[in-house]
Design a protein around this ligand. Structure first.
Ligand SMILES: [Zn+2]
Length: 414
């Protein structure tokens, strides 16, 4: 049952178990929510139910902080064909993105960070004002990259890329500083830069660096002086180092890490969003290539598969702060609503389940700079998700979502 947004109530939630985001599990807890906040966490026996409370019995359920996907793109695309962006009208893609937002929320992901794209800027606003249902969105708006960089859509003539305005192309520190100012003017919650080639860009190599340290520094300075973070698409180790030396806060992908880049992440407290579930996506698309996917893309995917789990494991072992992000943007295998793929794949490749749950909650919230979500505690915003079963022993239970609360509103109850 999907419930509409009604007036805030006082709720007493009675799950079997609670994961608080900080590594602890509580048995037979009672979580009390008033308005948009968690006001008490106690035991079933000692909870003051009160006359005005709605009691929600969540039998067999583990309650968790609302989950976070730190890397998506609201594109409204439905195929792997790069031409879709040019032939499907923007209006239609926006409507699809609204559907994607709802799917994400109903799957227990109450916060999503959009790492590049313009739709998320308005979608964020539409959700916040109650026009459409969806998760909390942090949006970067147009990403910043060099001419010929990862987000300079190579298969289009340059003048079309500039005209479409899907990215802010810049070369040299002052141009990059101006691009950052434009992104902030557009309403960016954080800034996205591209410091390496990528899988989805035809004419570059994921291992080759892009932008210079000076260019990234100019962007980071503009973001940090207004309290905003910088995320970098960085797949090769050189690109990762440029990003970190330039002052970014999160490294996205990091497929080809070396010891030095891992050490730098650790030393500077930079978060790592490995988008590891793409290993499985890449494998499946190689086995059975979906219509429209270009040859060059398949070839690049094949080159990355071997290194992605190795880099992930090395960073995990070294103690780098890791957050979950899927890089899903709409087509099959990368569809909204399947965000639990990331913590599940992380466990498959050697992460402890409690660490994977932390990567989807507390760590991800911290990496995004959000201090009021990601853990279940008194005073925190009441973003909560209930899954049937015990994700500590079976991480796959993250797919069995039976209860979702966002900011104190019940949005799903099965
Ligand atoms: Zn991405």
């Amino acid at each position: 049952m999907v419930l509409g947004l009604v007036n805030h109530e006082r709720y007493v939630l009675l799950p079997d178990r609670l994961f608080d985001g900080k590594g602890n599990f509580l048995s037979k807890p009672a979580v009390v929510v008033e308005g948009k906040r968690i006001v008490d966490i106690t035991t079933r026996g000692s909870v003051d139910v009160g006359e005005q409370s709605k009691v929600i019995e969540l039998k067999g359920v583990t309650l968790l902080p609302g989950l976070v996907d730190a890397h998506v793109h609201f594109t409204g695309l439905r195929t792997y064909n790069p031409a879709e962006i040019a032939v499907v009208p923007q209006d239609l893609r926006v409507l699809r993105a609204a559907q994607d937002a709802q799917k994400a929320l109903l799957s227990g992901f109450t916060t999503l960070r959009d790492c590049g794209g313009t739709i998320a800027l308005s979608l964020r606003r539409a959700i916040a004002e109650g026009t459409v249902p969806g998760p909390r969105i942090l949006a970067s708006g147009r990403p910043i990259c060099q001419t010929g960089g990862h987000c300079d859509t190579h298969y289009m003539p340059l003048e079309d890329v500039i005209k479409r305005g899907s990215a802010l192309l810049c070369d040299g520190p002052w141009e990059c500083r101006k691009a950052a100012r434009i992104a902030l003017r557009d309403g960016a919650d954080f800034i996205k830069v591209m410091t390496s080639g990528g899988v989805g860009s035809e004419k570059d190599d994921p291992r080759h660096p892009q932008m210079s340290v000076e260019e990234v520094k100019a962007v980071a300075e503009e973001a940090h002086r207004v309290g905003k973070k910088v995320a970098s698409h960085a797949q090769g180790a050189e690109g990762v180092k440029i990003a970190i030396l330039g002052g970014v806060d999160t490294i996205e992908h990091g497929y080809f890490l070396d010891e030095e880049s891992i050490e730098l992440m650790k030393e500077r407290g930079v978060c790592y969003v490995p988008t590891l579930c793409l290993v499985e996506v890449y494998r499946k698309t190689l086995e059975n290539p979906p219509p429209g996917i270009p040859e060059w893309r398949l070839k690049k995917q094949e080159e990355c598969i071997e290194y992605m789990p190795q880099s992930f494991r090395a960073a995990y072992r070294a103690g780098v702060k890791i957050a979950t992000g899927t890089d899903y943007y709409g087509p099959p295998l990368r569809a909204f609503g399947s965000h639990a793929d990331e913590p599940i794949v992380m466990v498959k490749y050697g992460m402890n389940p409690v660490d994977a749950l932390t990567a989807s909650t507390k760590n991800a919230a911290e990496c995004l700079g959000l201090s009021n979500v990601g853990i279940v505690d008194k005073g925190m915003v009441a973003d909560l998700v209930g899954v049937l079963g015990d994700p500590e022993t079976d991480i796959e239970t993250l797919r069995n979502v039976v209860f979702v609360m966002k900011e104190g509103f019940v949005v799903l109850r099965r």
